[in-house]
Design a protein around this ligand. Structure first.
Ligand code: G6P
Length: 224
């Protein structure tokens, strides 16, 4: 196993904005008289903005024309954008910065992948914009997850194949998408649904490159 690139998802991996997405969608869903539970939200976590809204509307049995869908999505985004204004570098999740510095020292490339069109704003608030070798966000992709385009763009930008790349993701949708294109995957969060990944860690606290390789080798050897 030769790992040359690590791709990091943003919301829920680098910073806990996945929770802010959930809260804003949950509030919006009440307008449809629909209760968006955390368990249900896990099923749509990682999808694009419009795709997420369409699924919530389908669950709530609500139908709207395209123009209305766009304006509801804008309403949700306006609320979300207000919430991310308060983000600060102290909110970068524990261990992320030291793992990134270790990768840099080892000449391992790093990429940031996020379907969010707010990714650059968040990275700038966290003072992380200059920390990755490439960034691919929601403005640069045509197909959202479950399509693996976002990860493939990261690896193509750096000329490294999926089989030499690890993707760190907190959503089942993201892990499935990355796996479908042949990337190694590490889930960030609780095991359970994330167990489809090659390995799962709760967060990056104390995590390092050697541990990453050992985890992947051990788990892959026991599944083969
Ligand atoms: C990320 C999040 C999703 C979110 C999507 C679009 O992939 O994981 O939950 O729906 O970005 O985010 P945006 O900020 O553009 O609405």
């Amino acid at each position: 196993m030769k790992i040359e690139l690590c791709i990091f998802n943003l919301d829920g991996v680098i910073v806990d904005t996945a929770h802010l997405h959930y809260l804003t969608w949950k509030e919006l869903a009440t307008k449809f008289d629909f209760e968006l539970s955390p368990i249900l939200y896990e099923k749509i976590k990682g999808l694009g903005r419009i795709e997420t809204l369409r699924q919530i509307m389908a669950w709530a049995k609500i139908s709207k024309d395209e123009k209305e869908i766009e304006s509801i999505a804008k309403l949700k985004n306006d609320h979300y954008v207000q919430m991310i204004q308060m983000l600060h570098p102290t909110e970068i999740r524990p261990g992320v910065k030291s793992f990134l510095s270790e990768l840099k020292k080892l000449y391992i490339k790093t990429a940031l992948s996020s379907a969010s069109k707010n990714a650059k704003t968040i990275l700038s608030k966290l003072e992380l914009l200059q920390q990755y070798d490439t960034i691919v966000d929601g403005d640069q992709i045509e197909h959202c997850i479950p399509d693996p385009e976002i990860y493939l763009k990261c690896s193509q930008n750096l000329n490294i194949t999926p089989s030499n790349t690890v993707v760190f993701e907190d959503s089942v949708n993201g892990i499935n998408a990355a796996k479908s294109a042949g990337f190694y995957t590490i889930g960030i969060g609780k095991t359970g649904a994330l167990s489809i990944a090659d390995a799962v860690i709760p967060n990056f606290r104390g995590f390092n490159f050697k541990e990453m390789l050992n985890l992947l080798k051990f788990n892959l050897a026991s599944t083969n």
